[in-house]
Write a protein that binds this ligand. Structure first.
Ligand SMILES: Cc1cc2nc3c(=O)[nH]c(=O)nc-3n(C[C@H](O)[C@H](O)[C@H](O)COP(=O)(O)OP(=O)(O)OC[C@H]3O[C@@H](n4cnc5c(N)ncnc54)[C@H](O)[C@@H]3O)c2cc1C
Length: 383
């Protein structure tokens, strides 16, 4: 797959940013069952950009903060700093956090934050029979997690290869395997909050260069889980390029999925309180004496955690096209067709320049340039 860290990990798209395995995994070949379904063209035009959003990945060179500490008489379990992998690792990371919480035998817990990590931790605690209150400054719809691309990218900017905490690779693998398994619970539901989609990596024959930016790569540890990519003869595809590879990718339709998670939490009796914390000491004043801290990038200010580095990423949103049931990666632009819009993301022109950039104001020119690349592709599409 192509991604930000390894541009050869094209198939994962931004998944690419993931420090995927060094090379795409190659399948054994095509069978009649692999024939291409009809592919609807994407209507990529600047005037169809209906929104542009920016999100900051909460990156820590050592990997996410997963330790515990006592604040007052409360056990606080930290669960933040998941870089570009927060949705992907949410269930595994939440499981680890809950294991620590259960060591206290609590009847009730507080979860701080309602982003990807907070919602998963709260769901798991409710499933374990605990009484759960989520405290958050913003509900999921306003949280940074709502502005993610929505692909399975479990090792995207999750740590620096040279700075990862000792043993983090094993922890990562456990988190990734638990998450993958748990996502099974959300496949096939109305609205398709989570689904598998084909993803095409297109090349014009230009030589891709390695550009891993030093991020840790762990995807090879879970090679047995994820589908392999296969090369397709370009001439049997509608794409006007010389190289085409296809893989199947787990995709999160983030708006549907977040809606589902929050609805499930409320249905299980979970409470949500909108509240901002200004000092970690306030955790110790909560009535719940076990607290899971899922404040994401917000932990940088709240916890004074300067090890969190912002990694900016911007998405241009094209009007949804339900008939487009695939994603693609072409000339450093990733496209994901989601039920709530078509994600267009520039790697070379945006994401790869996002490290240590906390500028959350959208740059329209960046998104328009990415849309132009895709418009040019479809101008030559063999319908
Ligand atoms: C462009 C882009 C694309 C991405 N694509 C993907 C992808 O495809 N797949 C993937 O797995 N990951 C992806 N990511 C990464 C993912 O978005 C993050 O890892 C994830 O959002 C982190 O979630 P979180 O719950 O830790 O933080 P957030 O979503 O930031 O949630 C934090 C929560 O804590 C609350 N909070 C913070 N501070 C306070 C406070 N002081 N008091 C009270 N509440 C507080 C917030 O209000 C919020 O509710 C992407 C990121 C970017 C930028």
């Amino acid at each position: 797959m192509m991604g930000p860290d390894r541009r050869l990990t094209v198939l994962g798209g931004l998944a690419s940013l993931s420090a995927c395995a060094a090379q795409p995994r190659i399948g054994s070949g095509l069978s009649p069952a692999d024939l291409l379904p009809p592919l609807a063209p994407i209507r990529a035009h600047r005037d169809r950009l209906f929104d542009i959003t920016v999100c900051l990945r909460p990156f820590r060179a050592a990997g996410p903060r997963l330790d515990t500490e006592m604040i007052g008489d409360a056990l606080v379990i930290h669960n933040y700093g998941h870089g570009g992998s927060g949705w992907s690792l949410s269930w595994g990371s939440g499981t680890l956090a809950l294991e620590k919480a259960m060591s206290r035998g609590p009847k009730e817990i507080a979860v701080i934050g309602s982003g990807a990590l907070g919602l998963a931790a709260a769901t798991l605690a409710l499933r374990a029979g605990l009484s759960v209150t989520i405290y958050c400054k913003e509900l999921i719809q306003q949280a940074r997690s709502a502005r993610a691309s929505g692909l399975w990218t479990p090792d995207s900017r999750i740590a620096m290869a040279k700075d990862a905490a000792p043993g983090f690779g094993d922890t990562w693998e456990r988190m990734a395997r638990i998450s993958w398994k748990t996502y099974r619970d959300y496949l096939g539901l109305p609205g398709n909050p989570v689904e598998f989609r084909d993803r095409y990596s297109l090349s014009d024959g230009a030589t891709a260069q390695e550009d891993d930016q030093g991020f840790a790569a762990y995807a090879g540890r879970i090679d047995d889980l994820t589908p392999r990519s296969v090369a397709l003869p370009a001439e049997v595809t509608p794409f006007p390029v010389t190289g085409v590879r296809r893989t199947s990718t787990l995709q999160f339709n983030v708006h549907d999925y977040a809606h589902q998670l929050l609805g499930d939490i409320r249905a299980m009796g979970g409470k949500v309180v909108v509240r901002e914390f200004h000092d970690p000491g306030e955790f110790g004043q909560l009535k719940e004496k076990v607290v899971i801290n899922c404040t994401g990038y917000g932990a940088r200010a709240l916890m004074g955690d300067q090890t969190i580095v912002p990694v900016r990423g911007q998405i241009g949103w094209l009007i949804p096209q339900p008939e487009v049931t695939y994603g693609l990666y072409y000339r450093d632009v990733s496209v994901i067709s989601r039920s709530d819009g078509i994600v267009v993301q520039s790697l070379e022109g945006g994401d790869l320049k996002g490290f240590n950039n906390d500028h959350e104001v959208p740059d329209r020119a960046e998104s328009e340039a990415a849309v132009d690349v895709i418009e040019n592709l479809y101008a030559r599409f063999r319908a």
